[in-house]
Design a protein around this ligand. Structure first.
Ligand code: SAM
Length: 225
């Protein structure tokens, strides 16, 4: 393998079998793996009997960390970046690092190793139009929420966004105010033991989630109009 490359490696969003042969080969052969949480990444590496030194890199890592990583690449080390789940840089660490590296003329190659992404997995089973879609990341936590939902409701294309277990009921209640009429799909715990797909209006899904378990990770998909 030529040296000085950064591989951006997608990892499973739940089911550990959802990893490509190329991702495994890459994780086996790089010099270091950049990861968010060593405990999560070690679980994946142990499962595939990969023994590799990890370097912590998270969303708010200081600039000095980016320099340290750039230097490793300039010294011709091969690196892989992974996150706790899915594709690095998609509502996850990686984007800022890559932004910086692309501006550095000494960095040779940044290579994607594609694989799972919760947003795309949910969209793929939504049955909603996929010719155009808008990805909105996570809703903001505090006072920008109303503006966020208002703007979403005004969009005509299919919309995807992420939500955590802590705010799913709150988010559905807020969506009821802004997107009452729209058909939605909520994907909970994709690829995991308690994977559940809810389809219907916001009101119908809110009822179901209030009654059933609301723990887990969620992707919200709103049908285009
Ligand atoms: N980079 C990741 C990706 O490519 O999907 C997303 C990381 S983001 C920090 C985590 C959010 O993604 C969760 O709060 C949830 O909204 C969504 N997510 C991740 N895994 C999921 C799963 N198995 N089922 C449903 N949603 C999931």
């Amino acid at each position: 393998m030529n040296k000085g490359k950064l591989f951006v490696v997608a990892t499973p969003i739940g089911n550990l079998k959802d990893i490509t042969l190329r991702a495994l080969e890459t994780l086996q052969t790089v010099d270091y793996i950049l990861c968010e949480d060593t405990r999560v990444t070690k679980k994946l590496l142990n499962h595939y009997q990969i023994s590799k030194q990890t370097i912590i890199y998270y969303q708010h890592s200081p600039e000095s960390k980016i320099k340290e990583i750039a230097n490793l690449l300039i010294e011709d080390k091969n690196l892989a970046i992974v996150t706790d789940a899915g594709t690095p840089g998609i509502s996850d660490p990686g984007n800022l690092l890559i932004q910086n590296l692309t501006k550095n003329t000494e960095i040779k190659e940044i290579i994607p190793i594609p694989g799972p992404c919760a947003a795309i997995a949910a969209l793929s089973i939504s049955g909603f139009p996929t010719d155009k879609f808008y990805f909105a990341g996570f809703p903001p936590h505090k006072n920008k929420r109303q503006k966020f939902f208002k703007e979403l409701a005004a969009r005509k294309e299919t919309i995807i966004f992420y939500e955590s277990t802590h705010r799913i009921i709150k988010t559905l209640s807020e969506l009821q105010m802004f997107a009452q009429q729209r058909e939605i799909m909520v994907a909970r715990e994709l690829t995991k033991q308690f994977e559940t797909i809810y389809r219907g209006t916001v009101e119908q899904i809110l009822e179901k989630i209030k009654k059933g378990p609301s723990k887990g990770e969620f992707v919200m998909v709103i049908k285009s109009i």
